[in-house]
Write a protein that binds this ligand. Structure first.
Ligand SMILES: [Zn+2]
Length: 318
């Protein structure tokens, strides 16, 4: 369980996204004494190779290599990351628990819907997390209760029951409320999401405030949000020099053995590894060259840069 706030929290759709887009930066920050963390929104159960359990073990090993202090995975369905109210609340709850100063999100455009959706979902969750009057746990309970009611009503109609069907839009506040949270979510046997949850392992689930006797974490809004742009072809607003961290970052990606050990025909891991390394290295070199260093990771910030001393601005112009 987290005992102190994070300095930096990277949020991504899939396990291994952070390793590919900003792992070197996380390692560099950890080496400088900052507390870093990773929140994966999904668990990889739709992956062609390996199981969600395999990926959980691999993610733990990758986190160790990147020296992150905290890593968890939410139970949002893999391949179905949607910017819903409930998902925003789940991420907002993690932001309140981990209290990062900086949040790293994926860039908001891209090929994979989970990636660009995670970007908007993450941004809006950061906003929600700071709303003083928002009781995140209660809102999640309300949302799940409303869903459960709709499911029950539908089941009744399907079963041909003539009893009064409660209004689907109305939330039943008598259920699931009382200051406790997700871990005591509504029984709602008709709620397919509950069944899905109960079948998932608990090992990589966020331990919802179990250590502070049900007291919800205070509102918190990160100071800074930056976007990791490596998956998308856009000019970054800044890059982080990861020349010293490149090898370790590559090893953290290779920790996902279920994903990367069988990429090509033949049993030998090395051809696949050499191919992946070539690609990863080319990207890091490309962004490194932009700033005159060996290897770098690209980022974008929406805000302008603020400069105190123009003689100290890095990166040569001519
Ligand atoms: Zn991904």
């Amino acid at each position: 369980m987290l005992t102190s706030a994070l300095d930096i929290l990277a949020i991504a759709a899939h396990r291994d996204d952070v390793e590919q887009t900003c792992g070197g930066t996380l390692l560099k920050m950890a080496e400088r004494g900052h507390r870093t963390g990773i929140l994966d929104l999904t668990r990889g159960e739709m992956g062609t190779r390996g199981t969600a359990e395999d990926r959980a073990r691999e993610a733990t090993e990758a986190a160790r290599l990147l020296q992150v202090s905290w890593r968890e995975a939410l139970d949002i369905p893999d391949g179905r990351v949607e910017n819903t109210w409930e998902n925003r609340l789940k991420v907002a709850r993690v932001i309140r628990q981990t209290r990062p100063r900086v949040v790293i999100l994926p860039y908001w455009e891209g090929r994979h819907p989970d990636h660009y959706t995670a970007s908007k979902l993450g941004f809006e969750a950061c906003f929600l997390a700071g709303l003083a009057k928002l009781d995140v746990d209660r809102a999640i309970s309300d949302e799940q209760s409303a869903f459960s009611q709709v499911a029950s009503a539908v089941a009744s109609v399907v079963a041909g029951e003539k009893q009064h069907v409660p209004s689907a839009a109305k939330t039943d506040r008598s259920r699931g409320i009382g200051g406790t949270i997700g871990s005591r979510a509504l029984p709602g046997s008709a709620d397919p999401r509950n069944a899905e949850r109960s079948s998932l392992p608990d090992s990589n689930r966020v331990a919802y405030s179990s250590s502070n006797a049900g007291e919800a974490p205070a509102p918190h809004r990160p100071f800074k949000i930056i976007y990791a742009t490596l998956y998308y072809d856009i000019r970054p607003t800044f890059v982080v020099d990861i020349s010293e961290q490149f090898e370790a970052r590559f090893e953290s990606l290779m920790a996902y053995k279920s994903q990367f050990s069988d990429q090509e025909a033949g049993k030998d891991i090395f051809p696949a590894r050499a191919e992946i390394r070539g690609r990863i290295e080319a990207m890091a070199r490309f962004y490194g060259m932009m700033a005159g260093v060996s290897y770098a990771e690209p980022f974008l910030q929406k805000e302008v840069g603020l400069v105190e001393d123009v003689t100290a601005i890095p990166v040569k112009s001519i």
